[in-house]
Design a binder for this molecule. Structure first.
Ligand SMILES: Cc1cc2nc3c(=O)[nH]c(=O)nc-3n(C[C@H](O)[C@H](O)[C@H](O)COP(=O)(O)OP(=O)(O)OC[C@H]3O[C@@H](n4cnc5c(N)ncnc54)[C@H](O)[C@@H]3O)c2cc1C
Length: 486
């Protein structure tokens, strides 16, 4: 019997698990996927929004501003790449200027500091690659970028260090309550808990509607991106937004926390929240919009395209707290679309305290401090690299040449709590496969290391869990089958 079962191992579920693991409580995090951060938390813009965009008085505004203020110290504590680069929202017409002034007033009302509207000359002095037709912009010095999946992973590591259990490949099919006990059913069996927290992203409405007589609607809204090679310098040093529209914050160009240029996202309502295809239509839309910010935009240095799906709530605001119309001790943080990454630390802080108070969870006698992510080999000085190789010769064997990732870091990513079990799991933890060749060179070696560490056959290794096996069979088996057909 668990005290709390959290459904969904995205940034919200993992931040909440970390918060609750600081109490004396038995916590489980269930996810349908094979790893942490498989939903929106791995495929977003990675912006820690300052908080000028959300309507004052909404939960989005409140948790965004509070969460963003927690980011710098959280990222430092966990060792996650975070860069307070600031942002510009650019406008081209007098109508855009009105919208920017509205955003300025909104931001001030939400408590965002240092905002101001600036004119063309200042914009071009700050960001010389901006379209010279620009008229004015909102300058947002407190905006930042973070590596969203590394933040989610680091939150899960810290939660696991303090005893939270992570259970993957476990899609929750049914939840029900009887005599004060919650039953959470997956194809692997049923778990029991005193309380549940629904943090299931685009899958959350289905679970909410099983237990509440006040149904909610969540609309999957896909956003597609281009990612450029990190060897090509991003033409902008800040995040460059355009004036937002009805479907969200619009298309941006931004350096990521790792220095690649990111272009996107589009915004398209879709039927299936798991449909993370990229489309010609979505990518052309992104390119067209980016041309307005950066007329010289080109796809020559694109190394990949990807998409993420927002969990857009029909009410247009986050739904956080006890589940209305459901038995006691069911909680939720759902409809967490953008700025959910920015808001996650604050959501976890307050929701965690609420759950702990309702269950009367005692404080833990000892809370292990986070073990920050190690400085990557790629970022070390020559002296640091030499010392690392001396300490452990596996640092001297480079597996991913594009991103300079040594064998030692890949083995560490598999061995740590909530370790990698797939090629993509290794990629998100180490960056092996994130470079120009997109894993063409290093995947076979990563696969061998996974087999050695997990004591399994290469036939069992997947790209990202489920049916995504990389090998169809051994040459012997294939030859035997061919002989059988002859
Ligand atoms: C295109 C895009 C751009 C964005 N840009 C930004 C940005 O720049 N800044 C920002 O602050 N926010 C941004 N966001 C929003 C941010 O990514 C999300 O708010 C945040 O990741 C939501 O986290 P989550 O944990 O609620 O959901 P997710 O990360 O989606 O996690 C939900 C998890 O639940 C699991 N799950 C679902 N159903 C079930 C089930 N039945 N049983 C078990 N597990 C289940 C899924 O596998 C998934 O792992 C963006 C989102 C998108 C899509």
């Amino acid at each position: 019997m668990y005290d709390v079962i959290i459904i969904g191992a995205g940034v919200v579920g993992c931040a909440l698990a970390r918060k609750l693991s600081q109490y004396d409580a038995k916590i489980a995090v269930l996810d349908a996927a094979e790893d942490v951060a498989d939903g929106a938390s791995k495929a977003n813009s990675g912006i820690v929004h300052a908080g000028f965009d959300a309507k004052p008085g909404t939960k989005k505004a409140y948790y965004n501003v509070k969460g963003a203020a927690m980011y710098a110290s959280l990222a430092r504590e966990l060792g996650v790449p975070y860069n307070p680069i600031g942002a510009l929202v650019i406008g081209f017409t007098e109508e855009d200027r009105e919208t920017l002034n509205k955003l300025l007033r909104q931001g001030i009302q939400n408590g965002v500091q240092e905002l101001r509207v600036i004119e063309r000359d200042e914009i071009l002095a700050l960001e010389p690659n901006t379209n010279p037709d620009v008229l004015c912009a909102l300058l947002v010095p407190t905006s930042a970028v973070v590596s969203p999946y590394e933040m989610t992973l680091a939150l899960s590591y810290h939660a696991a260090q303090n005893g939270a259990e992570f259970i993957f490949d476990s899609p929750v099919e049914k939840i029900s309550e009887s005599a004060g006990v919650w039953h959470v059913s997956t194809p692997k069996g049923t778990l029991e808990a005193r309380a549940i927290v629904n943090c299931a992203g685009v899958g959350a409405a289905e679970l909410h509607n099983q237990i509440s007589d006040e149904p909610v609607k969540i609309i999957p809204r896909r956003g597609e991106y281009y990612l450029l090679d990190s060897t090509v310098k991003c033409p902008f040093s800040r995040t460059m937004f355009q004036v937002p529209g009805k479907m969200g914050k619009g298309v941006l160009i931004s350096p990521t926390a790792h220095g690649n240029a990111l272009l996107g996202p589009s915004a398209e309502d879709i039927a299936d929240g798991t449909d993370t295809r990229t489309t010609r239509f979505g990518l052309d839309f992104v390119l067209d919009k980016c041309r307005l910010t950066w007329p010289k935009v080109t796809t020559r240095s694109v190394i990949t395209t990807f998409s993420g799906v927002r969990a857009h709530p029909a009410t247009d605001d986050f739904i956080i707290g006890p589940v209305h119309g459901a038995p006691d001790n069911a909680f939720e943080a759902i409809g967490i679309e953008s700025p959910g990454l920015s808001a996650a630390p604050a959501i976890a802080e307050e929701l965690g305290e609420l759950v702990a108070e309702r269950l009367k969870l005692p404080g833990a006698r000892f809370v292990r401090p986070a073990v920050p992510l190690l400085k990557p080999f790629a970022a070390m000085t020559e002296e640091e690299r030499a010392a690392a190789c001396k300490r452990n010769p596996e640092y001297g064997r480079i597996v991913c040449r594009c991103e300079v990732i040594p064998e030692a870091e890949i083995r560490d990513a598999i061995r740590r709590p909530v370790g990698a079990r797939s090629i993509d799991g290794v990629k998100r933890r180490t960056r092996a496969g994130m470079g120009r060749c997109q894993g063409g060179f290093c995947s076979p070696r990563v696969m061998e290391i996974l087999c050695e560490e997990l004591h399994c056959s290469p036939l069992e290794i997947t790209k990202c869990g489920g049916e995504s096996k990389l090998l169809a069979g051994t040459l012997n088996e294939i030859a035997k089958e061919a002989r059988g057909h002859a």
